[in-house]
Design a protein around this ligand. Structure first.
Ligand code: ASP
Ligand code: MG
Length: 436
């Protein structure tokens, strides 16, 4: 069971989560840092890089005060107030110790780890104070990534097994999301939003019956509730459909977290802490229903088109183009090709200038930014004709720059201008889901 930052964001919320996890059954609970903390720690690190020590100190003091206030409110007894404030003080002493001349990438990782270390310790104290036996499993004892930043699944499985074997009769085990060690044993993390990934990796390593991701919405919706009204919860998705939706915009689940569950065929359930009775969305193998299930959009996309006579009847051309992206470690999202040109999209502009200039070796290069990918997800088998037509019909009045259809059975992606996005999402909702 994984709970995100907003789910543990206040003393009241911490108590609510405690109610949800103190039900019968053995479970591992993965917690994020309290809402806002990781962002604050990132800002703290930025001040340290810039040597703005006064600003750094002021930010840290404000955070420290917030945490002390949380402890005062969360705990009833002086014993636990004192215990928790001592713990908070020690984490803030540690954080203050970085406020010196030199600050490194490696130290930044240690700074960012403090949020999850504090939130899990507070939850542990709270359960203890209210009489529930729970054990705190330090994620740094078993979560590890390898030299390629990928989870070291063998290491994780063996070490988690050992940790779990030490507490055979404890039903409730709590651990930190996001944080891990790297191949050198240093503190590292699974990148922003990585707690979902932690939960899925742990669920797979522990052969869990189910992986639950608890947030503050009833699961995946069939469209983006920020831009479209009257969206509906999706009951069931396949792993691949969920991966596409998570990747293309639906903020509720971190995209990498589908893979470990899929590999071990462990169902993932998205649940709502504010409405625990709702079944949420179940992501699992097997029949997940037919037809178009959801629409999502991803902004910040740049389209790159390269046009070259050299592509005509040539082999090896695409490899050369892709190698350029690879050399700048920039993933490509969508591609479309014709006989003399290829268009690609990226969502990472860091090396855009270099990429474009390298591509010019092969032809004329055109770069267009401020684009969005609209992703339509569902069971889109070719025999089930008319799906693409319905999508295009809905977007009748919207200029479409690229279309990707047929690479999988569960997705149609379209590239449009970001300024047309809201209109496109609403048109798709009306046409596909509301029969308008
Ligand atoms: N606390 C981390 C973050 O804000 C990890 C997470 O919440 O998933 O990115
Ligand atoms: Mg999150």
């Amino acid at each position: 069971m994984k709970f995100g930052g907003t789910s543990v964001g206040t003393p009241t919320k911490i108590r609510e989560v405690a109610n949800l996890i103190t039900v019968p059954g053995r479970k591992i609970v993965v917690l994020s840092a309290m809402a806002g903390t990781t962002n604050d720690l990132v800002s703290y690190a930025e001040y340290l890089y810039k040597k703005e020590q006064a600003e750094a100190q002021a930010l840290l003091e404000a955070m420290h005060q917030k945490y002390v206030a949380v402890a005062e409110e969360l705990f009833q007894t002086n014993e636990f107030k004192t215990k928790s404030i001592e713990l908070i003080n020690s984490h803030f002493d540690y954080l203050t110790s970085f406020n010196q001349d030199l600050f490194t990438r490696h130290e930044e990782k240690a700074v960012l780890a403090q949020g999850e270390l504090i939130s899990t310790a507070l939850m542990h104290f709270h359960l203890w104070e209210t009489g529930f036996r729970a054990v705190l499993l330090p994620a740094l004892n078993f979560m590890r990534i390898d030299k390629d930043q990928e989870p070291d699944n063998y290491y994780i499985r063996e070490n988690l097994k050992r940790e779990l074997a030490s507490y055979p009769d404890v039903e409730l085990l709590i651990t930190q999301g996001f944080i891990c060690r790297n191949a050198f044993g240093e503190i590292d993390n699974l990148k922003r939003g990585g707690s979902d990934y932690t939960a899925s990796i742990i669920g797979a390593a522990a052969d869990a019956e189910e992986i639950q991701i608890w947030t503050d919405i009833d699961g995946f919706h069939n469209n983006d509730p920020r831009y479209v009204s009257g969206t509906r919860r999706i009951d069931r998705l396949s792993f691949d459909e969920a991966a596409e939706l998570a990747y293309f915009g639906a903020k509720i689940l971190h995209p990498t977290s589908v893979r470990p569950a899929k590999e071990k065929n462990i169902p993932v359930r998205l649940k709502n802490t504010m409405n625990p009775a709702s079944p949420g969305t179940l992501i699992a193998a097997g029949d997940s229903g037919h037809g178009i299930k959801a629409v999502a959009a991803k902004d910040g996309i740049t389209a790159i088109r390269i046009q070259s006579d050299r592509m005509l009847l040539a082999f090896g051309f695409l490899r050369k183009v892709f190698e350029i992206f690879e050399s700048y470690r920039t993933p490509i999202d969508m591609i479309a090709t014709s006989e003399v040109s290829v268009s690609m999209t990226i969502d990472q502009e860091d090396n855009l200038r270099e990429i474009a200039s390298d591509l010019k070796k092969y032809g004329k290069v055109e770069v267009v930014s401020d684009q969005s990918i609209i992703c339509v997800v569902g069971d889109m088998i070719a025999e089930n004709s008319g799906m693409a037509l319905r999508v295009l019909e809905a977007l009748r009045t919207i200029p479409i720059r690229m279309i990707s259809y047929g690479s999988s059975n569960n997705n149609i992606s379209l590239l449009i201008r970001t300024s047309d996005k809201i209109q496109a999402l609403n048109a798709l909702s009306n046409h596909l889901f509301n029969g308008l």
